[in-house]
Design a protein around this ligand. Structure first.
Ligand SMILES: *Cc1c(COP(=O)(O)O)cnc(C)c1O
Length: 304
C-alpha cells in the first residue's frame, strides 16, 4: 500500500548551528500535502482502519489533524465527517470542505466536539483521534525512518508537544532504528504547557485552561503514553512564550521562505536561542511540524 504522506526534505541549516562542528537538520513536515506531520500518523491510521473494513471516517479536530483526516479520506475514497467546536476558524472549515469532508459545528471547546464525535461512529466507521492512538504514533515514527535512511543519526531531536502524539511517534521511530537513548527536547508554549505541568508534578495531570496562540498545542492533558515516556526516556521539557514562538516564525520565513504556525515556531525558538540540552550535540534534528493555521496577515497581527 502506498503511503499517504511524502518523504519530506531533510535540510541542513548552517545558520542555526549551535557551535562550530554542530549541524542542525530540518525535517520539513510543513511540506506534507496537508501542511503538517499529521499526514503521517493520520494517513497510516486511516489506511489501517480501511484494511479492517471501515467504510467512513470521523474526526473532531478543527486543526491540522482534521485536515489530515479529510485529505486521507479523499485519497482513500472514504467519506469523512469532522466535528469542530464553534471557535474553529472559517478558513479551517473551508480547507476541510475543499477536501470533500462534511463539517459539523458543535460545542464551545474541543472536548465537547470530541464527545459528540465519539457518538457518531458505528461498526462501519472509524474515529481518528488527533494524538492519542498507537496507530498514529506508528505512522509518525516514519519521520525517523526517513532521517536514518538519509544517513543522518541525530544525537538530539527537537519537537513541539500538544497532546504528545508526535513525541510518542518520534520516540517509537528512534527506538525502532536503534537510537534508543537519543534525547528529545519537547517544546510547548506557556498557556499550553500540559506536558511540562505533568513532568513537574510527576503525575499524569494537565492544565485547566488553554491560553496560547499556538492552538495546535492546546491539549489540556497529554496522552498517558507521553507522560509515561517522560518518566523513563531522556526528554527535556522547555516552555517558551507566544512571543518567542512568533518571533521564531518570522525569522524562519525570512531564512527559509516557509510559513509555519507558532506551534512549530516554539521548537524553532529553542534552536534559534540555544539551550543547555543542545550544547555539544553534533547532529540536531528539528521536526519542522508546519501547520496550516497561519497566514502572512495573521503573523503580522500576532507580532503586533
Ligand atoms: C498537532 C500539531 C502539533 C502537536 O502535536 P501532538 O501530537 O498533539 O503533540 C504541533 N504542531 C503542529 C503544526 C500540529 O499540527
Amino acid at each position: 500500500m502506498t503511503s499517504l504522506h511524502i518523504n519530506t526534505p531533510l535540510i541542513e541549516a548552517p545558520g542555526m548551528s549551535q557551535s562550530s562542528g554542530s549541524k542542525v537538520w530540518l525535517k520539513m513536515e510543513a511540506l506534507q500535502p496537508s501542511g503538517s506531520f499529521k499526514n503521517r500518523g493520520v494517513g497510516f491510521a486511516c489506511q489501517a482502519h480501511q484494511a479492517r473494513g471501515a467504510k467512513a471516517l470521523v474526526s473532531s479536530s478543527g486543526g491540522n489533524a482534521g485536515l489530515a483526516v479529510a485529505y486521507s479520506g479523499r485519497q482513500l475514497g472514504m467519506p469523512v465527517t469532522v466535528v469542530v467546536p464553534e471557535s474553529t476558524k472559517q478558513r479551517a472549515i473551508d480547507l476541510m470542505n475543499q477536501q470533500g469532508a462534511k463539517v459539523i459545528i458543535t460545542g464551545k471547546i474541543w472536548d465537547e466536539a470530541h464527545q459528540h464525535a465519539m457518538t457518531l461512529p458505528n461498526d462501519q466507521t472509524a474515529y481518528i483521534h488527533p494524538f492519542d492512538d498507537p496507530l498514529l504514533w506508528e505512522g509518525h515514527a516514519s519521520i525517523i525512518d526517513e532521517v536514518v535512511e538519509a544517513g543522518v543519526n541525530p544525537d538530539a531531536v527537537v519537537l513541539s508537544v500538544g497532546g504528545g502524539g508526535l513525541l510518542c511517534g518520534v520516540i517509537e521511530g528512534l527506538k525502532r532504528n536503534g537510537l534508543n537513548n537519543t534525547p528529545v527536547v519537547a517544546v510547548e508554549t506557556q498557556g499550553a504547557h500540559s506536558l511540562s505541568t505533568a513532568i513537574t508534578a510527576r503525575q499524569h495531570i494537565g492544565i485547566d485552561n488553554i491560553d496560547s496562540i499556538a492552538t495546535s498545542l492546546g491539549a489540556k492533558i497529554v496522552a498517558k503514553q507521553a507522560f509515561e515516556l517522560s518518566q523513563e526516556y531522556p526528554i527535556s521539557s522547555h516552555v517558551v512564550s507566544d512571543k518567542q514562538a512568533v518571533d521564531a516564525c518570522c525569522r524562519f520565513v525570512d531564512d527559509h521562505r516557509i510559513l509555519v504556525e507558532p506551534a512549530c515556531g516554539a521548537s524553532l525558538a529553542v534552536v534559534y536561542e540555544g539551550c543547555e540540552a543542545l550544547k555539544d550535540k553534533r547532529n540536531i534534528l528539528v521536526i519542522v511540524c508546519g501547520g496550516v493555521g497561519v497566514s502572512l496577515a495573521q503573523l503580522r497581527q500576532w507580532r503586533g
